[in-house]
Design a protein around this ligand. Structure first.
Ligand SMILES: [Zn+2]
Length: 217
């Protein structure tokens, strides 16, 4: 189960269709792993519907709202149908929102080796905005210490990693800004694959790895 989720205001903007493409993709991928956020998104959708129906009235009918929310709780899981409908997909480790971009599984992608234990692959799924990239780290592999000039979004797809802020597992959603400098280390027992979008290129801050900066933009 995911431990790290998008903030409620991000989820609200997601439901309202107000996020950029890369932000939308990150939330959609997280939601495909996270039952709690799927439920919140459904409730927000219904709430938005109730609010729209209520316009231009003075306030939301609280009884109607309570009834509607109770109804959602009893609804069969909409997303699980979509997920189970894709059960025949040959590469179940690829979450549904990425299956068009990764039709033949992670191993079939063209990975570029950046370090002995780190490979990257740019997914060409963003019509504009930042590149959306997969990072693949060997078990126990360490990413050199780095910070970001802008916001870095990460959703863990497979395996796990840790840094000074916590331990992360498949489905976890992270949004980091320039104030976060970190050195992620993959879990020992499995390779780790992350989906990442960086609004500005990240920067290696450890002098030993600064030579990598031109390759990361
Ligand atoms: Zn969640």
């Amino acid at each position: 189960m995911s431990k790290f989720h998008p903030e409620l205001d991000v989820l609200t903007e997601y439901v309202a269709g107000q996020l950029n493409y890369h932000e939308t993709l990150m939330v959609a991928v997280h939601i495909s792993y996270c039952e709690a956020c799927r439920k919140s998104a459904r409730e927000l959708e219904t709430l938005a519907g109730v609010l729209l129906d209520d316009l231009p009235g003075d306030h939301v009918d609280e009884q109607l709202l309570a009834k509607t929310l109770a109804m959602i709780d009893n609804q069969p899981e909409r997303q699980s149908r979509a997920v189970s409908g894709a059960a025949s997909f040959a590469h179940p480790e690829v979450p549904p929102p990425l299956r068009k971009a990764i039709p033949n599984g992670f191993n079939a992608l063209k990975w570029k080796k950046l370090l002995p234990h780190l490979q990257v692959c740019d997914l060409e799924v963003s019509p504009d905005g930042p590149a959306i990239t997969l990072h693949r780290i060997k078990p126990g592999g360490r990413i050199p210490k780095h910070t970001h000039r802008g916001t870095e979004y990460t959703v863990l797809l497979k395996g796990g990693f840790s840094d000074m802020y916590g331990d992360y597992n498949a489905g976890d959603y992270l949004c980091r800004d320039a104030a976060h400098e970190h050195t992620p280390v993959a879990a020992d027992n499995e390779e780790c694959i992350c989906l990442t979008a960086v609004e500005e290129p990240l920067r290696m801050t450890s002098w030993k790895w600064r030579w990598l900066n031109p390759f990361l933009s």
